[in-house]
Design a protein around this ligand. Structure first.
Ligand code: ASP
Length: 597
C-alpha cells in the first residue's frame, strides 16, 4: 500500500486558481473560532496561513476532537479548496480568497496551555520569550528574522564563492588571541590546570592561512568575548570573517561593498549606490564626535573656537587658554521649555562635560540663553552664521577638551537628530584610524589589534600617539558593523609594534612566538575584515536588539532561560578537570538562585 504523505501542499501558498483541488496541509492551529456548529481554524505552516472550515456534519473527525482543538495543536487536514462566500474574502491575507473545507482532520500532536499568545501583537516579557524560545520563534516576525538571517549568509557566500574565496573552518578551542576583550576559557581535562580560550575572532588563524597560500579566505565564524552584554553585544556572536593575500585596503573595501550590496538587494530589495561614502577617523571625530557617525542626518559639529578668540566671556576664554576647544551644534527647533533645556545641561554633565551652554534663537534675532549677556553682538552674529541658525533653533555649545566636546556633542546630536529605526540605510567607511590608544597610565594599547600595519613604521616609533594605521571600519546608521586592516607581514615590524605596546620580546615570544615564526616563512602582504552578521541582520530587519535575530540568545546577565546555562556541574566533572570551586562561591550558590541547579 502506498504511504500517503502527511501533506502535499503548503498552506500559505493556496490561491484562487487552486479552487476545486483536493489537498492535504499540515501545520499549527494559529486561531480557532466556533460559529454555531461550524468551526474555523487558521492553520499555519512555514509558508503562511490558510483558513480551514470544519463542519462537524461533513468532516469525519469526532466531535470531541473538533471541540477539543486548541491553539498551537499540530494538525493535518485534508479537504477541498473553495472560494470564500461573497463578501468574506480577506485582502490582508495572501490566501484570503479561499477556504480549505476539511473532509478530515488529524491531531498530530497536542499542545499544553500556552505561556503566551503566538502573535506579533502581544507584548511578552523577554525572559518568558527566551524560556519558551521555540514558541517565540513560531511568531511571524521571528520566523521572518530567521529567514532574513539565512538569506544574508547565503548572499555573502554567493558573492565570495563567485570571487574564488575558500571557506575554511578554524578551531574554536585555541590559545588566547589579543582582540582586547576578556577571553571565555575552557578547562582542559587532559592537561589539568590548562585552559583553552574560545576565539575572540579567527584573526591569527586567517593570517596563518595567508602564510599557507590560501590567498582568499572566508568563514561565517562564531566568536566569543566575555564582556558586559548590551543591545548590540552577546557573549557569542557571528562574523563574516575574510582575508586576502596581495591585497591592500581598496581590495578589501571593494569586496565588502559587493557583499553588502548583494545582501541588501536580497533582504531589502534595494540597490545601494557605490562607492560607499568615506571619512577619515579625524574628520569623523571632528564632524560627528564619534568614529561611527550616523550620517542619515546632518546636525554636524561646528568649530566655534575662532569666534571666541579674545572673548570677554571668562569661562570660554579660560578653556581656550588651557588648550581646549569650543564647538557647537544646531539641534533645530526642539520646542523645549526651560526645564527641558536645563535637562540637556544635566545630560552633558553626565557625559563628562563641566557644563553646556544652550541658546534659543528668538523672533528678533537675539539669543535667549543664560550666557547671552556675556557675549558681544559680533560673537552672537558669528555663532548664528556658523551654525546656520534660524528662528526657534536650539544651539548647544560645549567648551572643554576636544575629547569631552566630541563625546558630549556627538551624543546630543544623536539624542536630538537620530531617526527611529532603520528605514534608510547609510553605509560608510571610516579609514585612517590611529595605531594606538593612550592608556591613563601613559602606555599604549592597540586601537584595532596589534597585527594592524601602521602607515609608517618610522612615524609609529617616533610619535606613537599620533601615528595612523591602515585600519578601517564599516558603519551603518551609526552602528559599527565591522573592522579590518592591512596586516603587518614583516616579523621585525610586528616585534616593533609589540615593543610600543609594552610587550617585551620575552613575553611576545612566549605568547605569539609561534605566530612570529610563521611570519618568517615568506608571508604575502595581506589584509582583511570582519562584518558582524547579527548587527547587520538586526538593522536590515529594523530590530532594536541583536537578540531578535539570534535564534537562541543569552539574556543581559549572560543566562539562557531555556536551557539553564550557565549551570553548576557535578563534583566528579570538576575532579576530572582538577578544579575546585572556592568555598565562598559554593556558599553563595545556596543564596543565589540564578546559579542554582
Ligand atoms: N579580527 C578582527 C575583529 O574581529 C577583524 C579583522 O581585523 O579582520 O574585529
Amino acid at each position: 500500500m502506498a504511504i500517503e504523505p502527511l501533506r502535499d501542499t503548503k498552506a500559505g501558498l493556496l490561491r484562487a486558481p487552486d479552487i476545486g483541488r483536493t489537498v492535504r496541509v499540515a501545520g499549527w492551529i494559529a486561531r480557532r473560532r466556533d460559529h454555531g456548529g461550524v468551526i474555523f481554524i487558521d492553520v499555519r505552516d512555514a509558508s503562511g496561513i490558510v483558513q480551514v472550515v470544519l463542519n462537524p456534519e461533513t468532516a469525519p473527525a469526532s466531535d470531541d476532537v473538533l471541540h477539543g482543538l486548541r491553539s498551537e495543536y499540530c494538525v493535518a487536514v485534508e479537504g477541498t479548496v473553495e472560494s470564500r462566500p461573497a463578501g468574506t474574502a480577506n485582502p490582508d491575507l495572501p490566501t484570503g480568497e479561499v477556504d480549505l473545507v476539511a473532509s478530515s482532520l488529524t491531531v498530530l500532536s497536542a499542545a499544553d496551555p500556552l505561556p503566551f499568545q503566538i502573535t506579533d501583537r502581544v507584548d511578552v516579557d523577554e525572559a518568558k520569550r527566551l524560556e519558551y524560545r521555540y514558541l517565540d520563534l513560531r511568531r511571524d516576525k521571528m520566523a521572518n528574522n530567521l529567514r532574513a538571517r539565512s538569506r544574508t549568509v547565503q548572499a555573502m557566500r554567493r558573492v565570495l564563492d563567485a570571487d574564488d574565496f575558500l571557506e575554511v573552518e578554524t578551531p574554536t578551542l585555541i590559545a588566547s588571541t589579543p582582540e582586547g576583550a576578556r577571553d571565555m576559557l575552557v578547562p582542559s581535562r587532559m592537561r589539568q590546570g590548562h585552559f583553552y580560550a574560545l576565539p575572540q575572532s579567527p584573526q591569527l588563524f586567517k593570517q596563518m592561512l595567508m602564510v599557507a597560500g590560501v590567498e582568499r579566505y572566508y568563514q561565517i565564524a562564531r566568536c566569543y568575548r566575555d564582556e558586559d552584554l548590551r543591545a548590540d553585544r552577546q557573549l557569542e556572536f557571528t562574523q563574516l570573517d575574510l582575508e586576502g593575500s596581495f591585497w591592500g585596503q581598496e581590495d578589501v573595501l571593494a569586496t565588502l561593498e559587493s557583499v553588502v550590496c548583494e545582501v541588501v538587494k536580497d533582504v531589502r530589495g534595494l540597490e545601494l549606490s557605490r562607492p560607499f561614502a568615506r571619512l577619515t577617523y579625524a574628520e569623523s571625530m571632528d564632524r560627528y564626535g564619534t568614529d561611527k557617525p550616523d550620517t542619515r542626518f546632518a546636525m554636524e559639529i561646528a568649530d566655534l573656537s575662532t569666534v571666541f578668540d579674545g572673548t570677554g566671556f571668562k569661562a570660554f576664554a579660560g578653556v581656550l587658554a588651557s588648550g581646549g576647544t569650543i564647538r557647537g551644534i544646531n539641534a533645530g527647533a526642539l520646542g523645549l521649555a526651560r526645564s527641558g533645556l536645563d535637562a540637556q545641561v544635566d545630560r552633558a554633565v553626565e557625559l563628562g562635560a563641566r557644563g553646556l551652554v544652550w541658546m534659543v534663537v528668538q523672533e528678533d534675532g537675539s539669543l535667549r540663553s543664560p550666557v547671552a549677556k556675556f557675549l558681544s553682538d559680533d560673537e552672537i552674529g558669528d555663532i548664528k552664521r556658523t551654525l546656520e541658525a534660524a528662528v526657534d533653533d536650539v544651539l548647544f555649545i560645549v567648551a572643554d577638551s576636544p575629547k569631552v566636546v566630541g563625546k558630549v556633542l556627538g551624543s546630543l546630536r544623536l539624542d536630538h537628530g537620530q531617526p527611529e529605526g532603520h528605514e534608510d540605510l547609510n553605509f560608510l567607511f571610516v579609514v585612517d584610524f590611529p595605531v594606538f590608544e593612550e592608556t591613563d597610565d601613559g602606555g599604549f594599547v592597540a586601537a584595532h589589534h596589534p597585527f594592524t600595519s601602521p602607515h609608517s613604521v618610522a612615524e609609529m616609533r617616533d610619535d606613537p600617539s599620533n601615528a595612523l594605521s591602515n585600519a578601517y571600519d564599516m558603519v551603518l546608521n551609526g552602528v559599527e558593523l565591522g573592522s579590518g586592516s592591512v596586516r603587518i607581514h614583516d616579523p621585525v615590524v610586528q616585534q616593533q609594534v609589540f615593543e610600543v605596546l609594552g610587550i617585551s620580546e620575552e613575553e611576545a615570544d612566549q605568547r605569539f612566538g609561534w605566530f612570529i615564526r610563521a611570519l618568517r616563512f615568506g608571508t604575502p602582504p595581506h589584509a582583511g575584515f570582519a562584518i558582524g552578521v547579527d548587527r547587520l541582520v538586526s538593522i536590515l530587519q529594523n530590530e532594536p536588539n541583536i537578540r531578535e535575530v539570534i535564534p537562541f540568545p543569552k539574556t543581559q546577565t549572560g543566562a539562557d532561560p531555556l536551557t539553564g546555562s550557565p549551570a553548576i556541574v557535578d563534583d566528579t566533572q570538576l575532579e576530572e578537570l582538577g578544579l575546585l570551586i572556592a568555598p565562598a562561591v559554593r556558599a553563595s550558590w545556596d543564596t543565589n538562585t540564578e546559579n542554582g541547579l
